[in-house]
Ligand binder design. Structure first.
Ligand SMILES: [Zn+2]
Length: 194
């Protein structure tokens, strides 16, 4: 047994995107999805690992409205940015705060109607972003910010971490003076993120 064996208790709490095992050892059942041979949880719930029939499933603890659907408005935190994509941890669906998070991805072509060269000018890790779910595949929610109300609602200086102020289309750090770029929502810095 490897060092991860202690995590592999049946009944442990899991959130979407959490690794459950690999396809060589288990058959992926309800509430799971497979990516590159690895089985992940698709929902928030309890992992059920059946070592007899080699099946892994997740018993959902959260039902109905608390799962993003195509068209859902979501709020999340940017976790990683590449030139073409930003990865978002969705913490809120509509008005519902989640106990875990869902994985979302924002592609450079879904940022706005006008051409965007690089995601580095759209958002940065730790930023809070509001988006719409446009599709779902393998437990990853594809997001769009093609609306004036959508985009970054809180942004933080990549140099010092201080919140950026929006001054005449420019994002300025009032602490260190750094100027950055974002695709902001119309109510940037005004909304309440509970
Ligand atoms: Zn700064």
């Amino acid at each position: 047994m490897n060092s991860k064996s202690s995590d592999r208790r049946s009944g442990r709490f899991v959130s979407p995107g959490e690794r459950l095992g690999v396809i060589e050892e288990f058959i992926a059942d309800a509430g799971t999805y497979v990516e590159d041979g690895v089985i992940y949880s698709k929902v928030i719930g309890r992992a059920l690992l059946n070592f007899l029939n080699k099946r892994v499933s997740v018993y959902p603890l959260v039902h109905g409205v608390r799962v993003p659907k195509t068209g859902s408005m979501v709020l999340g935190q940017v976790s990683r940015v590449q030139k073409q994509n930003a990865f978002v941890r969705i913490h809120k669906i509509g008005e519902n705060q989640l106990s875990g998070f869902f994985s979302g991805i924002l592609h450079v072509s879904d940022v706005q109607l006008r051409y965007v060269d690089s995601m580095f000018n759209v958002c940065k890790p730790v930023d809070i972003i509001r988006a719409k779910v446009i599709s779902e595949k393998n437990g990853t929610y594809h997001l769009s910010t093609k609306d004036r109300n959508l985009g970054v609602v809180y942004a933080f200086c990549s140099q010092c971490g201080y919140m950026l102020e929006l001054r005449r289309q420019r994002m300025v750090c009032s602490k260190c003076g750094k100027i950055e770029r974002r695709k902001t929502a119309l109510d940037y810095g005004k909304g309440v993120i509970a």
